[in-house]
Design a protein around this ligand. Structure first.
Ligand SMILES: N[C@@H](CCC(=O)N[C@@H](CS)C(=O)NCC(=O)O)C(=O)O
Length: 400
């Protein structure tokens, strides 16, 4: 399954090279929060791009400069104290989406849910892998638009500039909804699949983003119940503990688990290079970049990420040997499942299983993954989830 990876921080590297480097992936790098409430960043010109590629060569020699570049500039974009809550009506509707030829189409048995889905993604982004695991598990057909991480022209229609983005076209209502953020996408679709006739419009009303100024004085926008499935009157109190645990571990995947991946795949310079060559292969960079761009991204990327990986190790207080932290985190996950159950969800993977599996699948081709299989007992669980995903076991659960 060589197809799973282009990765997280590749985007920062590429953006450093091409766009004078704004940190882009909050998972692996501390972000400078870019408000989704404000206008999009203006596109850069081709000549800028070439100049910057030239400049990037210099960056190879000054790896530390690059490393420093990724350091957050917390002082920027501060607001005065105070909290502003806003609610938006029809907030997901986007009529600016341009029809682009999909990179590929994924088929599945759940083809009668009344939605036409298009996933904007990077093949090896762990958040995108997570959404794909969910869709595949339920056998939901969808189209993929592979975003070019250099130019990102496919995201021009959107103010939100991260992936994954899912465009859900409600065929009956002829409306296109833009769903941002992997966990939000999964919760919305998860709720929708409980009761398809209820309609997507009705489900969206439960996931209203609020904009507010956080304690650091920054403007942020959030969907407060992003880990919740909204069951309405189908809610059974007996399921309370189970659901709470599912939510908790989905959140753990986003806020803990994902952070051990990056320092592990960039642990040494050789590993970083191996990872980047792997991303290049599975992300088909030969198609997306010129030969020189590809080499820059691989070598600048590997160099930079080696240093970034060290910084992230510190930031997330990982052990001196980061493999140990990877093993510990996975052991913690396996301990939570226990020896009696096949999955956290019991006989079937639940959303937490899918989240952890999806993210882990993003490093399947890296040395760190091989080491993980050798040093922990996560392998059987991982391949069981994979089997359930690939064979759309979730489809049986749907009442369509
Ligand atoms: N919380 C978001 C995080 C998404 C995210 O950080 N995506 C990164 C890729 S791993 C991204 O698109 N960064 C912007 C960029 O590369 O331009 C989610 O769960 O979807």
């Amino acid at each position: 399954m060589a197809s799973r990876l282009r990765i997280f921080n590749v985007n920062q590297i590429i953006n450093y090279v091409i766009h004078k480097g704004r940190p882009k992936c909050p998972v692996f790098l501390q972000p400078r929060w870019r408000s989704t409430l404000n206008a999009a960043v203006p596109p850069k010109t081709q000549s800028n791009r070439k100049l910057l590629i030239g400049a990037a060569f210099g960056a190879v020699g000054i790896g530390f400069g690059l490393y420093n570049y990724f350091l957050p500039s917390e002082s920027k974009q501060k607001h005065t104290a105070g909290v502003a809550l806003t609610e938006k009506v029809d907030f997901t509707r986007n009529d600016n989406i341009v029809d682009i030829k999909p990179s590929r189409e994924i088929s599945g048995p759940a083809n009668n849910i009344g939605l036409d889905l298009t996933l904007y993604q990077y093949q090896t982004c762990p958040f995108c892998c997570k959404v794909r695991a969910f869709l595949e598990f339920y056998g939901i057909p969808y189209k993929i638009i592979e975003v070019n991480p250099v130019m990102r022209q496919q995201l021009k229609f959107s103010k939100y500039k991260k992936v994954p983005i899912l465009i859900a076209e409600d065929k009956e209502a002829s409306k296109k909804h833009q769903l941002n953020d992997s966990s939000v996408i999964i919760s919305i679709l998860g709720t929708f699949l409980q009761d398809v006739p209820f309609g997507l419009d009705s489900v969206l009303k439960y996931y209203v983003p609020v904009a507010y100024i956080n304690e650091e004085g920054k403007e942020v926008e959030e969907i407060m119940n992003k880990y919740f499935l909204m069951f309405g009157d189908k809610y059974k109190e007996s399921a309370d503990t189970y659901l709470k645990k599912e939510r908790q571990w989905r959140k753990w995947a986003d806020s803990v688990f994902v952070h051990v991946l990056s320092p592990n795949i960039y642990r040494t310079y050789d590993e970083a290079l191996q990872a980047f060559n792997y991303f290049s292969e599975v992300g088909e960079w030969e198609k997306n970049f010129s030969a020189i761009e590809r080499l820059i991204v691989i070598y600048v990327g590997a160099t930079a990420m080696y240093f970034v990986g060290r910084r992230l190790k510190k930031k997330h207080a990982l052990k001196d040997d980061v493999r140990e932290s990877l093993y510990d985190t996975c052991k913690q996950w396996m301990k939570e499942i226990g020896s009696q159950k096949k999955f956290m969800g019991g006989d079937m993977p639940n959303l937490a299983d899918l989240a952890v599996y999806g993210m882990l699948s993003s490093i399947e081709g890296c040395l760190a993954f091989q080491d993980l299989l050798k040093n922990t007992n996560i392998g059987p669980w991982y391949y069981n989830v994979k089997e359930a995903v690939v064979n759309h076991h979730g489809y049986q659960k749907l009442k369509l």
